[in-house]
Design a protein around this ligand. Structure first.
Ligand code: FAD
Length: 437
């Protein structure tokens, strides 16, 4: 699912998927080998230039904005090796291609987010995650990464290196990622169960749902007490596939075509949003089907939006959900997108949102072109004091000073950055803000 609004790769002009970040680079390069990446980095160091590697442009923050030299890694997207469950690919490979490759070897990534358009490098570098208390960020299944550092050296970093905690989720600040080895699992089928419920009923059963299901998430529909609960569990047989018509109806027509039209109506006629949301929430239907894991995890998203997602300690979720209706009712505009709530278990990746704790993730969205900042800031004002950590690839308003206490290894990450990118070849305004200059 690549963007149909972004300028073509190779243009100095660039726009992210959400359309809220743009840049004009001085130059663009698309290296076809690790040696070419090394040459580009050495040249940049020698001439005092800055480099920003970009993936598929699916971050909402300005994390991938290049103002000097933009590096596209789409020519570095080949499979490298499959050794048991350890799969090594070049880092520019899109997740959709990774999933196909793995399926061909009877393997799969244990957990994925909502889409498969991101590159492997982009997804691991920002802490991309799915849902499930027995799972963590995609970075947590990385066995090793190979980086071209800010000195132009090529370093393979694995668990034997003191830099491993930093390099798996590096925000693009530590080097150009050229290869990634992922710890995969045998291919599996998921049974998806999606059903409308009242939000109080979802919350009353939440601990039980989380304890008895592998992957749990729910959507809450603003201006209503309605929610959609989604539970995905591995099963032995792929014996309940969706008909092609139902798949098209739900995932393409209702979720994209109709939802897009409803969003455009709501943007033009804000008074229609609350009643339409109530009707839409009432119209939700239940479905249950089986499919290959990645086809359940990832669905097409064609309605463009902007998003902020906050990780909070799992125990803090009720406080945030309690605040949301009040926040939304006081906004000077309407909220058209449901709020998505997911869960992960702890990992040991230094800048992972889920570092060291069970997490709930609360994601708020607005239709592209609609106002969002007062909404996102108000949600951040609730989440940040609870120890919340913003998703690195999704909008937020935090800086290095406020993020430092949220991450026990923040200082260690900065030391790794000093070591791997001493000349700050890879910095940009976003990294200056969240890590310091
Ligand atoms: C529709 C949509 C759905 C999404 N769903 C989810 C979800 O379910 N869960 C979730 O957690 N997130 C989700 N996201 C966020 C998304 O996963 C992240 O923003 C991810 O980083 C995007 O990957 P990308 O390839 O587009 O990277 P980009 O956004 O292009 O870049 C992200 C970062 O990676 C760096 N980078 C890219 N390539 C390299 C490289 N080779 N070497 C070093 N650094 C590199 C960039 O410099 C930048 O810092 C979603 C985003 C969208 C638009």
């Amino acid at each position: 699912m690549t963007s149909d609004i972004a300028p073509p790769v190779g243009s100095v002009r660039w726009r992210n998927w959400g359309g809220n970040q743009q840049s004009v680079a001085v130059d663009v390069a698309a290296p076809g080998s690790v040696d070419e990446v090394v040459a580009v980095v050495k040249e940049a160091v020698a001439t005092g230039r800055r480099i920003k590697a970009v993936g598929s442009g699916h971050s909402f923050t300005d994390i991938a904005v290049a103002d000097d030299l933009r590096l596209h890694l789409h020519r570095l997207s080949a499979p490298m090796s499959v050794d048991g469950h350890l799969v090594t690919v070049q880092a520019g490979m899109p997740l959709s291609a990774l999933n196909m490759l793995l399926a061909g070897h009877g393997l799969a990534v244990p957990n994925l987010g909502d889409i498969d358009a991101q590159t492997v490098a982009g997804a691991v570098s920002t802490g991309t995650h799915g849902t499930g208390l027995g799972h963590a960020t995609l970075a947590s299944v990385v066995e090793s990464v190979t980086l071209v550092t800010g000195s132009g050296t090529v370093e393979r970093i694995d668990a034997s290196s003191p830099l491993f905690g930093a390099a798996r989720l590096g925000l693009g600040a530590l080097g150009v990622m050229v290869e990634v080895t992922l710890r995969c699992v045998p291919a599996f089928t998921l049974l998806a169960d999606e059903r409308p419920m009242s939000l109080p009923d979802v919350l009353a059963g939440l601990d039980e749902h989380l304890a008895t299901n592998e992957h749990v998430e729910f959507y809450w529909y603003p201006y209503t007490d309605r929610a959609q609960l989604k539970r995905n569990n591995p099963v032995a047989a792929d014996d309940r596939p969706l008909s092609k018509f139902r798949e098209w109806l739900d995932d393409e027509f209702l979720s994209n075509t109709v939802f897009g039209a409803v969003c455009r109506l709501g943007r033009a006629v804000p008074a229609a949003v609350a009643p339409v949301s109530a009707v839409a929430a009432r119209a939700l239907t239940a479905r249950s089907y089986t499919a290959r894991s990645d086809r359940v995890f990832c669905t097409p998203r064609r309605v463009r939006f902007t998003e902020m997602e906050y990780e909070i300690p799992r125990a803090a979720l009720p406080e945030v959900l309690d605040a949301l209706p009040r926040i939304i009712s006081r906004l000077p505009f309407k909220v058209q997108f449901p709020v998505e709530v997911r869960f992960t278990g702890p990992d040991d990746v230094w800048l992972s949102h889920g570092y060291g704790r069970e997490s709930a993730y609360v994601a708020v969205h607005q239709f592209t072109g609609s106002a969002y900042e007062p909404y996102f800031r108000a949600v951040e004002a609730v989440c940040a004091p609870l120890g919340g950590r913003p998703h690195w690839g999704k909008l937020h308003y935090r800086d290095a000073e406020s993020l430092r206490p949220a991450y026990p290894h923040f200082a260690d990450f900065l030391a790794a950055r000093d070591q791997l990118d001493p000349h700050r070849v890879f910095t940009n305004p976003y990294l200056d803000r969240v890590l310091g200059p």
